[in-house]
Design a protein around this ligand. Structure first.
Ligand SMILES: [Zn+2]
Length: 291
């Protein structure tokens, strides 16, 4: 099953629900970074949360979700546009110290103290940035807090994933419930209770429940309509042309210096690990452009 997200609205109850499956996305990042299981867990959880937040964006907007902490993973950054295209990485994908319980505790891999930075490109003059403290909780709990407190919209995020023995993501996915105006707190409490009664998200996903079925379980007894189903894919917008521009921005002196000392330039995209190699001749050609 390829990754996708469904969006549903229970208009009368005043709740929107988003559910997604993100197994392929998580594996794509894990493979590109050759991430160890604890890093794979962090990748799974963060890319799922970012897919859910990305689905709240209006067209052409973008979001970046960055968790930084004092744990061994150091930092994880994921980005999404409004069309379900995501990319991202974990700063330290090779965390080796991995007690079994650590694999399933991103609060530990990320650390007991840290910050969550959410940056939105809303096509305005300046980026909208919010920074909130985080403290050792799983990503879904931190995102719930962020949405409820910083964005002041009663919300609930639940993310599940399972990493198999080979370090592959067996399954990843999640759910976001959010009150719609007039933001009735009571209905969110009811939804939270409902979620409590259900098996944990990881179990739902491992038993093969689709996003539609998860929405159906959560909205049981509530009238709702499915508004949209969209694909989720890994996509990085780096390119050789963009990398050339980055090299050109170093300036003539710096490029000449590169040619003399290293003889070439290797530029790795931190988002997708793609490597762009520029030979001495390539660099010399670039210098001609600088005139
Ligand atoms: Zn890239």
């Amino acid at each position: 099953m390829a990754d996708y997200l469904v969006r549903a609205l229970a208009k009368e109850a005043g709740v929107r629900g988003l559910a997604c499956i993100t197994t392929d996305l998580a594996n794509e990042v894990v493979t590109r970074q050759q991430a160890t299981p604890p890093a794979a867990a962090l990748i799974s959880e963060t890319i799922t949360g970012t897919a859910l937040l990305g689905a709240l964006l209006k067209i052409q907007h973008r979001i970046a979700v960055k968790f930084e902490g004092n744990g061994p993973a150091e930092r994880v950054l994921m980005e999404s546009d409004a069309y379900g295209r995501l990319r991202g990485y974990v700063a330290n994908p090779h965390i080796t110290k991995m007690a079994e319980e650590m694999i399933y505790n991103t609060g530990v891999t990320l650390g007991s103290v840290g910050i969550l930075t959410v940056v939105k490109d809303l096509k305005l003059k300046e980026l909208a940035e919010s920074i909130v403290p985080i403290g050792g909780s799983p990503i879904d709990a931190e995102l719930t807090l962020y949405l409820s407190q910083s964005e002041q919209i009663p919300s609930l995020v639940s993310i599940g994933y399972h990493i198999d023995e080979d370090g592959k993501v067996e399954v990843a996915g999640g759910l976001l419930l959010q009150a719609v105006p007039p933001y009735d707190q009571e209905i969110m409490k009811q939804m939270a209770n409902k979620l409590e009664e259900l098996p944990p998200m990881t179990e739902l996903l491992r038993s093969g429940k689709t996003p539609e079925e998860i929405i159906d379980l959560v909205f049981e007894g509530v009238e709702y309509i499915e508004l949209e189903k969209r694909d989720l894919v890994f996509q990085c917008d780096c390119s050789r042309e963009r990398t050339e521009q980055a090299i050109l921005s170093l300036g003539r002196e710096e490029i000449e210096n590169l040619i003399e000392t290293v003889g070439q330039a290797e530029v790795d995209c931190q988002y997708c690990q793609e490597r762009y190699v520029f030979s001495k001749e390539d660099l010399e050609d670039l210098l001609v452009e600088l005139v």
